[in-house]
Design a protein around this ligand. Structure first.
Ligand SMILES: *[C@@H]1O[C@H](CO)[C@@H](O)[C@H](O)[C@H]1NC(C)=O
Ligand SMILES: *[C@@H]1O[C@H](CO)[C@@H](O)[C@H](O)[C@H]1NC(C)=O
Ligand SMILES: *[C@@H]1O[C@H](CO)[C@@H](O)[C@H](O)[C@H]1NC(C)=O
Ligand SMILES: *[C@@H]1O[C@H](CO)[C@@H](O)[C@H](O)[C@H]1NC(C)=O
Ligand SMILES: *[C@@H]1O[C@H](CO)[C@@H](O)[C@H](O)[C@H]1NC(C)=O
Length: 205
């Protein structure tokens, strides 16, 4: 009994160490996990990845796409350090630019202009190099331009204020209250389960 438990703990530890070793050498991060924008605005999506001084940028392969339900439109493709424009889906044609200069520093910056609401979704960039591979993902939410609330507020400080209040409005309250009750019940159940487990262990172990 004791032996098998130790064995299990050991294998779990080993698994943790192994996964951290494998994924720890080469990472792809996102500077922002989620972006919010309005239709027709421009945005810069940014990923960072581990760099290695010994490898030149022509060993770099990057493939970015928008994860969609039916098809995954390609956003950006770098093969051996060279851009492959044919891989870009027509949805993004003429709307994507990238910073060549910062790529060397391990920063992938993609500027997408004239956003559309159907650009919304999960963007994933896979980075493959001679010294490792990984991927990073971020979410973009493009909302339709408002029905002219802008002419009302020529002040630059006011539009952000008008966008933030809708969040804490009362209609959302009952829903979040329901979730809170649900979480409380789950936590209580978990607590009872732990107490039960402790008693059970004291009796049997
Ligand atoms: C990725 O993020 C981790 C944790 O924030 C940080 O320690 C690491 O330096 C980052 N690496 C790159 C290449 O951005
Ligand atoms: C990589 O280059 C930087 C600056 O060029 C240098 O400070 C650093 O020591 C180099 N690292 C390795 C592992 O060669
Ligand atoms: C996205 O919307 C634009 C117009 O806003 C349209 O031309 C394009 O076909 C749409 N793309 C997809 C994949 O639905
Ligand atoms: C996108 O943003 C709008 C406005 O803030 C919000 O109502 C909506 O829930 C967001 N959608 C997602 C998928 O985050
Ligand atoms: C801009 O905002 C200030 C206070 O925030 C207000 O006094 C002023 O009247 C506003 N200007 C216009 C044109 O609405």
């Amino acid at each position: 009994m004791m032996h098998s438990r130790e064995k299990m703990i050991c294998s779990i530890l080993l698994l943790i160490i192994l996964t951290s070793c494998v994924s720890g050498t080469f990472v792809v991060n996102v500077t922002q996990s989620s972006y919010q924008a309005e239709e027709d605005q421009d945005i810069t999506l940014e990923w960072t990845f581990t760099t290695n001084n010994h490898s030149s940028s022509n060993s770099l392969n990057v493939f970015c796409e928008l994860l969609a339900v039916l098809k995954n439109p390609g956003l950006f493709h770098l093969r051996e350090g060279v851009e492959v424009p044919e891989s870009r889906h027509e949805q993004f044609a003429g709307r994507v630019q990238w910073d060549k200069d910062v790529l060397r520093e391990g920063r992938l910056r993609l500027h997408v202009s004239r956003l559309r609401t159907n650009d919304s979704g999960l963007y994933v960039c896979k980075v493959l190099t001679r010294y490792g591979r990984n991927s990073g993902r971020c979410r973009l939410n493009v909302t339709a331009a408002r029905d002219r609330p802008k002419p009302e507020t020529p002040n630059t400080t006011s539009p952000p204020k008008t966008t933030s209040p809708p969040k804490p409005t009362s209609p959302q309250q009952p829903e979040s209250l329901g979730w809170m009750v649900f979480y409380c019940v789950v936590i209580l159940c978990w607590l009872f389960f732990c107490i039960f487990l402790e008693k059970f262990c004291k009796k049997n172990c």
